[in-house]
Design a protein around this ligand. Structure first.
Ligand code: GLY
Ligand code: MN
Ligand code: MN
Length: 318
């Protein structure tokens, strides 16, 4: 017959497994060493003439030779605005933004890492690319800095959305009161997904037992608003949680078309300005963060993250 966990058993397993022991954190950090290596290879290889698939193969070969494998299918695309865009035969061209979302499993124990960097093919961000990049980095930094036990992850999602809205308002893409824009969900044209999720043996940890069972409860219900409803984890953080923090900004043609046609959130979005930025692609920055008694710790070795550091890592591979 059908075998499935009772609600009580699922809740008990989730409660226990969301809190990582030191040994588990060490395994996640071991997988992050491999993740850092493959992101280094991706940056060094982000040059014109390389194909998406060729560069993905370099990553996969490195993991295989280390006795590991990708913790989820490698996302490596010059069309970063297509979420979960898998590598194609497309040639990388100078001026492209390349989004690489790739992690490894720890050898033997198979704990996952889940890391994203976005880089300029050839090694120089355009002025516009860098402006959006810096906003995503500011959103990620603000969310990470605010992580500590007791803080609802949904508040960090809102903080990231607010930081993105502030930045896009400064650039003229958005307008009006930023808090009202976020409350209305206008930011979701550019940031249409959630801030992150729990990470462990599974990349979306424990969600086989029900995504809502992992990330909701404790008085938190899933939002019905486009964007925030895709937030996988809303409830308060606790010491021992390991979370991804992965804000992004994307210019998604069909979404822009649909919203513009109906004038959706026109009080908060300058659609004429959006036309100027259309085609820029997508930017996401993702790290894996442990919640500690005193706050948080970004796990794993550092991977180039400021725009200047990423440019230098790409140029070093020329
Ligand atoms: N790599 C899938 C995710 O970021 O959730
Ligand atoms: Mn990811
Ligand atoms: Mn993720």
């Amino acid at each position: 017959g059908d075998l499935h966990a009772s609600d009580a058993l699922a809740a008990a397993v989730i409660a226990q497994r969301l809190i990582k022991t030191d040994v588990e954190v060490a395994e996640i950090e071991a997988s992050l060493v491999l993740a850092a290596e493959i992101h280094g290879l991706a940056m060094a290889g982000a040059h014109p003439g390389q194909t998406e698939r060729g560069l993905a193969a370099t990553i996969e070969a490195h993991l295989a030779s280390a006795g590991s494998y990708p913790s989820y299918p490698v996302i490596l695309t010059r069309r970063g605005e297509v979420l979960h865009g898998h590598p194609t035969g497309a040639l990388l061209e100078s001026g492209d933004l390349l989004l690489v979302d790739a992690g490894a499993v720890s050898v033997g124990t198979r704990y996952a890492s889940d890391l994203t960097r976005t880089m300029p093919v050839g090694g120089t961000f355009s002025e516009r690319q860098r402006a959006l990049y810096d906003i995503v980095l500011a959103a990620q930094t603000a969310a990470i800095e605010a992580m500590r036990p007791g803080v609802p992850f949904r508040d960090l999602h809102t903080l990231a959305a607010r930081t993105i809205t502030d930045g896009l308002t400064d650039l003229g893409l958005m307008r009006g009161d930023p808090d009202e824009a976020v409350a209305a969900g206008a930011h979701a044209l550019f940031f249409p997904h959630g801030l992150g999720h729990a990470l462990g043996l599974d990349v979306h940890d424990l969600e086989g037992l029900g995504e809502d069972n992992v990330g909701y409860g404790d008085g938190f219900e899933r939002s019905e608003q486009f964007g925030t409803r895709y937030l996988r984890f809303a409830r308060p953080l606790a010491e021992g949680h390991v979370m991804t923090v992965e804000p992004g900004i994307y210019l998604v043609d069909p979404l822009i078309d649909a919203w513009k046609a109906e004038g959706r959130h026109a009080a908060f979005i300058d659609y004429d300005a959006v036309e100027v930025w259309r085609g820029l692609g997508g930017i996401r920055i993702e790290d894996n963060v442990l919640v500690t008694a005193g706050g948080h710790r970004v796990l794993g070795p550092p991977v180039p993250k400021t725009a200047t550091a990423v440019e230098a890592a790409v140029r070093a591979g020329a």
